[in-house]
Design a protein around this ligand. Structure first.
Ligand SMILES: *[C@@H]1O[C@H](CO)[C@@H](O)[C@H](O)[C@H]1NC(C)=O
Ligand SMILES: *[C@@H]1O[C@H](CO)[C@@H](O)[C@H](O)[C@H]1NC(C)=O
Ligand SMILES: *[C@@H]1O[C@H](CO)[C@@H](O)[C@H](O)[C@H]1NC(C)=O
Ligand SMILES: *[C@@H]1O[C@H](CO)[C@@H](O)[C@H](O)[C@H]1NC(C)=O
Ligand SMILES: *[C@@H]1O[C@H](CO)[C@@H](O)[C@H](O)[C@H]1NC(C)=O
Length: 448
């Protein structure tokens, strides 16, 4: 009896010592990720007063939206730009009629900091909204050593009061984790189109996409489950995008119809952020909406498509893909894809909608893009604003967008639409894959 008690006592002592060690390690690791102690400023820069107990604030939700203090502007993410002369680009949201001089404060890991004047570039596409996607460009002698950066309206500001962003893309990688990444600019409201989203994601996998990025302001409860599933599986990267906490976002691009501070939930900001985020992670980036599939018609998948296109057009870095509408109001006749197991799933079943609207005379058919992100500097939604290399409009029969949505040409009858069953080519794999995903997400009960 006494012997057992001693054993228990020794065990308890060892246990508590081990726990103590673990907790202190854990604290140490946590401390390193978000607390920086400031040291000296570079001797050769204009240096305001500084003291050694300074702590640089790295906001907890990095990669989100950071108000630039004492201004109406916001900083989003900072990236080293290897294509420009020692420049750090801070993707920002600038109030266009309230521009003012801004300053960059960037520091290295030893907490040596440099102050320089920023150059502000408001992107030319802003659709007339008061706030616009912008780049705040920071140059200086020591930008290549900078690990974190803040933007300030005051040249002599106390760095304790600033929110710092980590500087990303510091290493110019030339081998990529992914071949194809999709950037979906915005998810908002109560969007709960689960079936179309699951089918689209599974379609992308079959086409050779390895990664999807979504900027999430909000969505419906069922879609949330699906997002969680894809994120856990490592296929989806969800970037929180709480733009509605800072501005009154417009739900469209036309300020007369959809009033607000910034176009379409800040779509232009997120698209640009996504290109830089995946610049050295992905060989190609596809920029399209959540309900669009960039679909190769002449080739089996995106890899074969891009290999062929790139061989023929070596200088091209921006490929424009035409959008085509498949009205959700027209159903295919046999009903063979109207599957009973999907009846309880909210959203559109894209396999049932195979009727494509014809192009309209004298009406521009907007494009989306496949880009080489390392060659794009600024992008808009339908075209690139600034890039290195050439642009090529991919012919309709080679690749086009399958966009199932409400009709644009509402008066057309089925007979006036084209039958386009490209999605059916994938049915053998697509249907069981969608099935499995819905089951794993807890949206569909398994039959066993
Ligand atoms: C903001 O303005 C106030 C008042 O002018 C000033 O005291 C403060 O230092 C400024 N903050 C920053 C971060 O520039
Ligand atoms: C800027 O625009 C806002 C409306 O968005 C207006 O209220 C304000 O007066 C304008 N400021 C300047 C300096 O023009
Ligand atoms: C590059 O930037 C540095 C530091 O800002 C500047 O001194 C130099 O003149 C720049 N060089 C070119 C080629 O622009
Ligand atoms: C990307 O494509 C290359 C060549 O086409 C292939 O060898 C590689 O495995 C692909 N990478 C991924 C992540 O699929
Ligand atoms: C899809 O799942 C349902 C039940 O959840 C099952 O009845 C059906 O056979 C499955 N279909 C395919 C093609 O896997």
């Amino acid at each position: 009896m006494a012997y057992t008690k001693v054993k228990l006592f020794i065990f308890l002592i060892i246990f508590s010592v081990l726990t103590g060690i673990l907790i202190s390690k854990w604290k140490h690791i946590l401390g390193q990720t978000d607390v920086y102690i400031a040291g000296n400023l570079y001797a050769d820069t204009l240096s305001p007063k500084n003291n050694n107990s300074d702590v640089h604030n790295i906001p907890k939700s990095i990669n989100s939206i950071i108000p630039i203090k004492n201004t109406s502007h916001f900083a989003v993410s900072a990236f080293f730009d290897h294509r420009l002369n020692k420049t750090i680009r801070v993707i920002s949201i600038i109030k266009r009629n309230s521009t003012q001089p801004l300053y960059c404060i960037f520091c290295n890991n030893d907490q040596d900091c440099e102050f320089t004047a920023a150059e502000i570039e408001i992107h030319t596409d802003h659709f007339g909204f008061p706030f616009g996607a912008s780049d705040v460009l920071c140059q200086g002698k020591h930008t290549q050593y900078a690990t974190h950066i803040a933007i300030s309206a005051d040249e002599h500001t106390d760095i304790n009061n600033l929110d710092f962003l980590p500087v990303k893309n510091r290493v110019n990688e030339n081998s990529f984790k992914y071949n194809f990444t999709i950037c979906i600019s915005n998810l908002f409201g109560n969007y709960n189109n689960v079936l179309q989203f699951a089918q689209t994601m599974e379609m992308y996998k079959l086409l050779g996409v390895q990664r999807v990025v979504i900027y999430n302001t909000g969505c419906g409860p069922d879609l949330e489950k699906l997002l969680q599933h894809y994120e856990k599986a490592g296929f989806l990267e969800i970037v929180p995008w709480p733009i509605d906490q800072f501005l009154k976002p417009s739900a469209g691009w036309n300020i007369k119809i959809h009033k607000g501070d910034i176009q379409y939930y800040g779509q232009l900001v997120t698209l640009n952020e996504c290109i830089y985020r995946h610049m050295y992670q992905s060989k190609y980036v596809l920029l399209n909406d959540i309900d669009e599939i960039i679909m190769p018609y002449k080739y089996a998948n995106l890899a074969l498509l891009m290999e062929a296109l790139q061989q023929e057009h070596k200088e091209v870095t921006v490929f424009l893909i035409e959008n085509h509408i498949f009205p959700k109001t027209q159903f295919e006749e046999t009903g063979k894809f109207h599957r009973p197991e999907w009846k309880s799933i909210p959203g559109i079943n894209i396999m049932e909608h195979i009727y494509r609207e014809p192009e309209r005379k004298n009406i521009y058919n907007p494009t989306k893009m496949i880009i080489n992100p390392r060659n794009v500097i600024q992008t808009s939604v339908h075209s690139s604003l600034k890039h290195i290399g050439r642009v090529y409009k991919v012919p309709f029969d080679v690749c086009r967008i399958v966009h199932v949505r409400k009709p644009l040409q509402r008066s057309l009858t089925k007979e006036q639409l084209f039958v386009d069953t490209r999605v059916w080519d994938f049915e053998q794999e697509l249907i069981p894959n969608v099935n499995r995903t819905l089951q794993l997400s807890g949206l569909l009960k398994s039959q066993e």
